[in-house]
Design a protein around this ligand. Structure first.
Ligand code: FAD
Length: 396
């Protein structure tokens, strides 16, 4: 039996970021924090730190700067200097540039494995206690918090439980927290691509008949591909040999980066918008994908969760009430509610608009892109949303 102040369930990108965000205050106030995770990065398969890359917004860079982690992340981050948004078969395109927005970069692309490595290295084992490999099998409320039962039968009592165990959280279900789910009937296909030409810091978002496609600039002149397809078509794409796959991608993307020469492992991710009906209870916070899981094409999911992390850590640090106090957690939820609503809506609407092949909507989308290009305020609004800086309370 272990008694701690904070138990973070899930050491993925979000759980580990929260542990880091709490580390300073925990050291100062003597909080005992435990982080529970079944897989360590580098130990083969780890769901949060797999072959994917994440587009960190400029706002996320500022948060990691505040946590002192940015210099490490930056060693292997590729700056997005320009974004080119286009629609296959239509003439309009919108171009966003860091220079026009007056920022050093619109965002940064980082491989998840590197981000995980940086996060885990930064955690001080004297302050954040690791239980890894370990899995929480059960959690139940007690009069003073929650009791967790691990798979090795250890019991952990905590004043504040943070549920950061991902979108398919079985513990969320165990606690009776319902979810609103909207399946997109789409699957994202992820792979690293080596094109003939250097990406020169340019990211591409392109809307194709099958669904939105993003090519993000990565280190070693590679690009990270996120290509959404109707789920029924993905098995076929996975079975194509390298040449046939690249030919199909080339046709959808065009020749802006010259010939597409090489493709790495292709991994499918079925897409569904999940929102937990409750994110806080006394002594409990639901965080990250367990709280809201978004379509990846707009690159907002983790960036939003990182803003939640910062707001939660700041709120807990500013409070003199005992950890787990409902009013404090309500304050946190109130701070982030607007940001969450706007970001979920932005991400969902962009995805749905750019996934349609209905002629009227597609024509509207074309006009939208034209409008973005012609109307500086609209473009600025879009750029700030994409940078994770378009919301009140987010870093300026
Ligand atoms: C294809 C794709 C591309 C994406 N690209 C971007 C992007 O460019 N920008 C962006 O902002 N977002 C992006 N996202 C979203 C981003 O990946 C997620 O927001 C992020 O992974 C959420 O992290 P998490 O820690 O909440 O959940 P997860 O990554 O699912 O991690 C959950 C962790 O909990 C652990 N766990 C599970 N069950 C238990 C248990 N019972 N006990 C203890 N631990 C447990 C797991 O092992 C795991 O480590 C993308 C998502 C996808 C699918």
């Amino acid at each position: 039996m272990l008694r701690v102040d904070v138990a973070i369930i899930g050491g993925g990108l979000v759980g580990a970021s929260l542990a880091l965000a709490l580390q300073g205050e925990a050291r100062k106030r003597g909080w005992r924090v435990v982080l529970i995770e079944p897989f360590a990065p580098g130990d083969g398969y780890q769901p949060s730190y797999d072959a994917r890359s994440t587009a960190l917004s400029y706002g996320s860079r500022l948060i990691y700067e505040g946590l002192g982690l940015w210099p490490a992340i930056a060693q292997q981050a590729t700056a997005i200097e320009r974004i080119h948004v286009s629609d296959r078969g239509r003439f309009a395109a919108a171009r966003l540039s860091a220079e026009q927005e007056g920022v050093p970069a619109l965002g940064y692309v980082v491989e998840n494995a590197w981000l995980g490595h940086c996060l885990w290295q930064a955690l001080d084992p004297e302050v954040i206690q690791w239980r890894c490999p370990a899995q929480v099998e059960r959690m139940e409320p007690t009069t003073e918090g929650y009791r967790l039962t691990l798979d090795d039968e250890t019991l952990i009592d905590c004043s504040l439980a943070i549920l950061a165990d991902g979108g398919r959280s079985s513990l969320r279900e165990q606690l009776g927290i319902s979810v609103n789910q909207r399946p997109y009937d789409q699957t994202a296909l992820i792979a690293n691509i080596t094109p003939e030409r250097d990406h020169a810091g340019e990211a591409f978002e392109r809307f194709t008949e099958s669904g939105p496609l993003a090519l993000l600039p990565l280190s070693e002149k590679r690009c990270a591909l996120v290509w959404t397809h109707p789920s029924r078509d993905v098995e076929r794409l996975l079975k194509l040999d390298e040449r046939a796959f690249l030919a199909e991608l080339q046709q959808a993307f065009g020749y802006r980066l010259g010939a597409l020469k090489q493709v790495g492992a292709r991994v499918p991710y079925p897409l569904v918008l999940i929102e937990a009906a409750e994110q806080i209870r006394a002594n409990l916070v639901v965080l990250g994908n367990a709280a809201h899981s978004l379509h990846p094409i707009a690159g907002q999911g983790f960036n939003l969760s990182l803003r939640d992390v910062r707001a939660l850590a700041d709120t807990l640090s500013a409070s003199a009430a005992p950890l787990g106090d409902l009013a404090t957690l309500q304050r946190y939820a109130g701070i982030q509610a607007g940001d969450q609503t706007r970001t979920v809506a932005f991400s969902d609407q962009v995805t749905r608009l750019f996934s349609t092949d209905q002629p009227l909507l597609a024509a509207g989308r074309n006009l939208g892109l034209l409008g973005l290009e012609l109307l500086p305020p609209a473009k600025r609004w879009f750029a700030r949303q994409a940078m994770g800086m378009g919301t009140r309370g987010s870093p300026q």
